[in-house]
Design a binder for this molecule. Structure first.
Ligand code: ZN
Length: 170
């Protein structure tokens, strides 16, 4: 296993739509191993292929230490409810924002043996699934944030919140 470099900020790889994995090769297995090591070293709860420069639909999530979930070609097949909470991203260091996500999601994916499985997540795990799957389509949480927070957790004004405040005033 080897730690990989996490791409950040305006790196163009973070804005690409990733291709499905056609065949699970030893290279993909090494990628999964490396992504888990990289995520853990960065104290993250999830990591997606494009964050390490691999434009393939591969995600790892670990909200329960020691129990990483590997997702190849994942798709959200069902969701329910809503939660609103703070979110950050290893590719956007030092920032956080408030994002609405479903409370519960069901994901279908392949494991590294190529077998299809489904996994359900609620709360943090549901949020992590949504956040990481978004990465595969070049979407960052900042695109969805209700508002961003500064380092003291105060609301930061963005074009979107400016619009909202403007609308409120009317
Ligand atoms: Zn992220």
């Amino acid at each position: 296993m080897a730690k990989r470099k996490i791409l950040t900020d305006s790196d163009p790889a973070l804005r690409q739509v990733c291709k499905p994995v056609e065949k699970i090769t030893p290279r993909i297995e090494t990628l999964l191993d490396d992504m888990i090591e990289t995520m853990r070293a960065a104290n993250g709860v999830g990591l997606a292929g494009p964050q390490v420069g691999v434009l393939r639909r591969v995600v790892v999530v670990e909200t329960e230490p020691g129990n990483p979930i590997e997702l190849i070609n994942p798709v959200i097949v069902d969701y329910a409810g809503e939660q609103e909470g703070a979110e950050g991203c290893l590719s956007l260091p030092g920032r956080s924002g408030i994002v609405k996500r479903p409370m519960k999601v069901k994901v279908r994916a392949l494991n590294r043996k190529g077998e299809e499985f489904t996994v359900e997540g609620t709360e943090l795990l549901a949020r992590a699934f949504c956040h990481e799957l978004d990465h595969l389509d070049g979407t960052l949480y900042t695109d969805r944030a209700e508002y961003m927070l500064d380092e003291d957790n105060f609301e930061v004004e963005t074009p979107r919140t400016r619009l909202r405040k403007h609308a409120r005033r009317k």
